[in-house]
Each structure stands twice: as C-alpha cells, then as structure tokens.
Design a protein around this ligand. Structure first.
Ligand code: PNS
Length: 181
C-alpha cells in the first residue's frame, strides 16, 4: 500500500521511547547519533504502573535532563498508554530504537510492525550503538551494581551518583522490575 502523501512537520522529531531505568551509556550513544540525524529528539520515558522501578519516572526525567542539558535539540518527557498515540500527539516523524545484537531483533521487529499497523505513517528507525555498549542493559547495570560491581563508564556519572544515593537510602538497586534495555 503506498504511503499517503503528507506535509512533513516543521523540524523532524524523533521519539526515543523506553524505560531508561536507568539510562545507560548505550542509550546516550543512540540519543547523540539521533540528534545528528533529526532536528529534535524527544526521549520518552514510559510510565508503567505494573513495574517496580529503581527510579520513579520523574526521577528518570530529571536525571536524563541533566545528562543532556548541553544539547538544546534533546528533550525529555514521560508518556503512558500507546506509543503511537503519543507519537501522533507530538507529531513525531520516527521512533528510534537501538539494536544491540541479533537477540534484540525479534522483539524490536514485532514492535515496529505492530506500531506500523497502528499508525502506518510512523517509521521506526533502528540504530546500532558503539561496539563497547552492545552488552549493556539497564537490567544488568542494576544487577551488577546491587551486587557491588563497578558500573563506572557504563552509565553517565550522574546516573551512578543517583544509584549510590538510592543505595545509601536503603532502596538498593536490585534487578526487580528492570526494563529489558
Ligand atoms: O526500554 P524498553 O522497556 O525496551 O521500552 C519498551 C517500550 C517503552 C518502547 C514499549 O514497551 C512501548 O512502546 N510501550 C508503550 C505501550 C505500547 O505502545 N505498546 C505496544 C508496542 S508495539
């Protein structure tokens, strides 16, 4: 089916959705690559009441804003419900997702096609992070950190600092409720 003709919205906006609990250097890498390709990048933090996150969505937004404070074309927000509805509301041109390895492909492929089924004019763009980040996931970061492992260089310094703060406050950084990315 040919795509319907439409006027491109002013300044192409890429949505980078995810759990970001916490943001890793792999996520940062994808955001910076996207910021070169698109006029604006909106990091959209999923509010998922079913999960027991390490950081609340508001904390994640605050941390991510700090990480990208020097990038005027990178914005941060939360969303709930269907991603395609949020993308329509924001007039996004594309959804950006990172592909680390073949193991990511099946899930990402299903999501991209389901999102296309729901909103045929919205493209999903896959980007590969730098090789040194291909093994990173938020879930593993939390697990390693909670067991006393070193996460320096794997997450932005602000994230590490906030994880230490949580740990000191006795909230730990366990793997429960971790997002896959
Ligand atoms: O970082 P994650 O957890 O891999 O991100 C997954 C995310 C947030 C992109 C996905 O769960 C999502 O889009 N959720 C919103 C609900 C939705 O639209 N579901 C249908 C996806 S096909």
């Amino acid at each position: 089916m040919p795509l319907e003709r439409r006027d491109p919205p002013p300044g192409r906006l890429a949505l980078f959705p995810g759990s970001f609990d916490p943001l890793t250097n792999g996520h940062v890498d994808i955001v910076l690559r996207s910021a070169h390709l698109f006029e604006r990048v909106l990091i959209a933090v999923l509010v998922n009441p079913d999960k027991q996150p390490l950081f609340t969505p508001e904390e994640r937004v605050e941390i991510i804003r700090k990480v990208f404070r020097e990038y005027p074309n990178v914005e941060v927000d939360t969303f709930a419900g269907l991603l395609v509805d949020y993308a329509r509301q924001k007039r996004a041109s594309a959804i950006v997702r990172g592909l680390r390895a073949v193991s990511d492909f099946e899930y990402e492929f299903q999501m991209a096609l389901m999102n296309r089924h729901l909103e045929p004019t919205l493209e999903t763009v896959f980007m590969m992070p730098a090789e040194q980040y291909t093994y990173l996931s938020s879930r593993l970061i939390k697990e390693v950190f909670s067991l006393g492992g070193e996460v320096r260089g794997l997450v932005p310094p602000i994230v590490e600092e906030q994880m230490r703060k949580k740990q000191r406050a006795g909230q730990g950084a366990g793997a429960q409720g971790a997002g896959a990315q």
